[in-house]
Design a protein around this ligand. Structure first.
Ligand SMILES: [Zn+2]
Length: 270
């Protein structure tokens, strides 16, 4: 059930999750390896909004899709705003954002039950949450940065999968993807305080006092807590365990680069 780093024939390195591999869901999480963008964007930049050229980014999309095995022109992109809004994606949305003018606006989560429509969300330290219900055949993704984590977007997603798609909580597979780890993610006291309010029972496992009013924050544990509290079974939950900050040459980190960077992305395709 392990998370794997794979190298495709075209040289693109990407990450897959054992839980989804076993369930037969097409998916992948990009790395910084195998693209055509200049150094400041770290080669495999999949974000159209980073200042990189359209030609570079669309070429990267083509290469990444070739590696993972889906039709890149149909990809539906999110346009994330650190909220908990989630959109249902249909055939009519195919290709939204691939013209470089932004994905589905104001959405940190995407859900689809349509085969062949790739859902793509973007990352560089924030926590990716991916979902698959192999019974109802529904795939979903959500961007859970610290704000999304405090607001428990993982819980909003699971509730929506149940209410809108008829999923059963015990059937849903969930993955916490590559993101900044607890040894690398320092936050201020006011952020730690928001977590203490949102996670009163588990805060001792989530925020660790460091001194100087700073805390180290464990976003993986916080999201694990959110998902398990939402009814996801422990055996249906995988934590990739790959840190975006301390893996230069493989992962792109917003913090490490001061925001001058490309974007990685995760894709799920029914
Ligand atoms: Zn780390």
């Amino acid at each position: 059930m392990a998370t794997k780093i794979r190298t495709a024939d075209n040289g693109v390195k990407y990450i897959t999750f054992g839980l989804f591999d076993r369930a037969g869901l097409k998916h992948g999480f990009s790395t910084s390896v195998g693209g055509v963008s200049p150094d400041m964007y770290q080669s495999m930049n999949l974000g159209f909004n980073r200042g990189d050229s359209y030609d570079n980014v669309i070429t990267n999309h083509r290469l990444f899709a070739e590696a993972v095995g889906y039709e890149y022109k149909k990809t539906v992109l999110s346009d994330q705003i650190h909220e908990t809004h989630i959109a249902h994606v249909t055939e009519a949305d195919a290709g939204t954002g691939m013209d470089g003018n932004g994905g589905i606006k104001g959405m940190d989560g995407l859900i689809t039950d349509v085969p062949g429509i790739p859902l793509m969300t973007f990352y560089a330290d924030c926590v990716p949450l991916f979902f698959y219900d192999p019974v109802k055949k529904v795939a979903a993704a959500a961007h859970s940065g610290w704000r999304g984590t405090v607001s428990k977007i993982g819980n909003v997603m699971v509730d929506k999968l149940v209410s809108d798609n008829g999923c059963k909580r015990e059937d849903i597979l969930a993955v916490i993807g590559p993101s900044i780890c607890k040894n690398c993610y320092e936050v201020s006291g006011d952020v730690a305080e928001k977590f203490a309010m949102s996670f009163p029972d588990d805060i001792d496992n989530i925020a660790f006092k460091k001194g100087n009013g700073k805390y180290m924050l464990d976003l993986w544990e916080a999201n694990r807590h959110v998902l398990v509290s939402s009814g996801i079974k422990e055996e249906n939950l995988e934590i990739a365990g790959i840190c975006t900050f301390h893996n230069p040459g493989l992962m792109i980190s917003h913090r490490k680069t001061g925001g001058i960077r490309g974007s990685m992305a995760g894709v799920v395709v029914l």
